[in-house]
Every structure is written in C-alpha cells, then in structure tokens.
Design a protein around this ligand. Sequence first.
Ligand SMILES: [Zn+2]
Length: 292
Amino acid sequence: MDVSSFTATDLSRLALSVRLRDLSEAFRVAVAAEDSAVSSEDPDLAGRLWSLLATEIPSLQDAIVHHVRSSGGSWADIAALDGVSEDEARDRWKAVELTRTADPVAEAAALDDWYIRHAQLEPLAQVRDPFSRLLRAHAPRPHECLICVKYAEGALPAYGGYTTPPGGYLVDDGVWRVGHGPTPYWPAGTLLIESHRHFLDYADMNEAEAATIGPLIQRFAGPLKEAMGAPRIHFFSCMEGAEHFHVWLVPRTGDVPSGRSFIANPGYCSIPEAEAAIGRLREAMARAEANR
Ligand SMILES: [Zn+2]
C-alpha cells in the first residue's frame, strides 16, 4: 500500500478504526485494573473513564458520520442514526472534519497488528492483515509462514510465541531455537523447538539438522521432567499452525485420563511462572551436565 492509493472511504475507515481501537484499549485495561491500583497508583480511574466518554463519544460519532458519508451514505441515513430530521443532521454534522492520521500506511499496519494480537481466538486472527484487506488501497499479500514472520518482527497472534521468550532462549545456535512456549496456550515449562531454516518436517532436514535434533531433544527431556516434577513429557509436532518445523515439549504434571485429552487442552501459565520454570530447567540442565 502507498499513501496515494488511499481513497476517502479508506481514510474515514482508518480514522474510525483508530478511535475504536483507542477506546477499546482504554476500557480493556480498565476492566482488569485491580482495586488497589485504582486506590493507590491510579486514584482517578473512574474520572478518566468518564472524561473519555465525554470527549471520545462525540469524536466517535463524527468518525461514524464521515465513514457513512464517504461510503455513499446520505444525510437521510445520518438523520436515521440520530433520530433527527435530515436538515438537522446536515446542520449538525456538515462542518465536521475528518481526523487525519499522519501516516495512513503505518496506521493501517498498526491496526492489523493490534487486531490479531488481541483477537487470537477469532477466525479473523487466521488472516494476517484483517484490517488492511478492508481498504480499497489494499493489495493482497502472498501467504507468509507464521514462524518466519515472527523472526522478521511482523504482526503475530499470541499463539505464535515470542521473539524473546520468558527466561530467554535455552538454545539459539544458528540451527535451532529453544525457548518457552506462549503462556496463554501452554502450561509452565513447555518448550518450543524451532528450526532456524524454513522447511516443513523431518523429510526435509539437511544433514546437520537430522544429526542434531535427536541429541537436542534428549538434552532437555530428563532435566525438564526433573524441573517440573512431571512424570511425562509430551512431544507434539504437527506443523498445522505454521508449515515450518517445530516441536512442542509439554510437561504433564497433573492426573489426566489420557495423553490425547491432555494435549488437546494442556492448560496455560503466567509469564512469571514460565520464567521460574526456565530458571529451574537451567539448574537441572547444569546438574545433568556436571554428572555427565
Ligand atoms: Zn518459515
């Protein structure tokens, strides 16, 4: 996309979406604000939310009017929204200016990024550019591998993991990366092994990859059981989320009826829990190394 390809409808859609994102972010954060934060660090949360409504709701109405008008809507359509006559609607809204963003291309990319990071459970999260594709300025992008996109610092849903995993990388040797898996989807101690090189599965490994994947997994299996007190480590690898070689090492700690039901719903953890697990794993690996 380039700036000159943005239509008036695109720009009004962009302005509306920026307002909706900012409002939704403000309210999302307020939903999870702790009572202690409200009383000590942020004593005026209610006041800030109230003034947000007072200033932002009229701006949001402006943005909606602009979007309806630029998409071909009439003053009668606007009047119907507000329950007023067509003349009243025209008098009220005709002088409203579109709030322009300085860099529409960057703002559209930021909206794509924000959307898929926050909505990873929705079907649209499977689309890499859910906002941009609604713009007439949009040019379709070729399919991209989720793991390659991650290391190119692109927009990534939460299930794609981290470029800097909690507790840091255990291995990053130019052939493999090993770090903690994404905490909203996997329990504490879950490791994600990824190949540096883009290829699908064991059939496509080069000599160096084929020679090192077994010893790599072996290095982690024992210490991971010890660090997590896990009777079993589940090794899971299907390449369905990304067509790029990766293996999950999932410690199973609780009582579960069967392996399949555990891996279908393995649980989740917090970032501090993941960091603590990686700390214990590093200690267990150092002990295993010393005893070798
Ligand atoms: Zn890839």
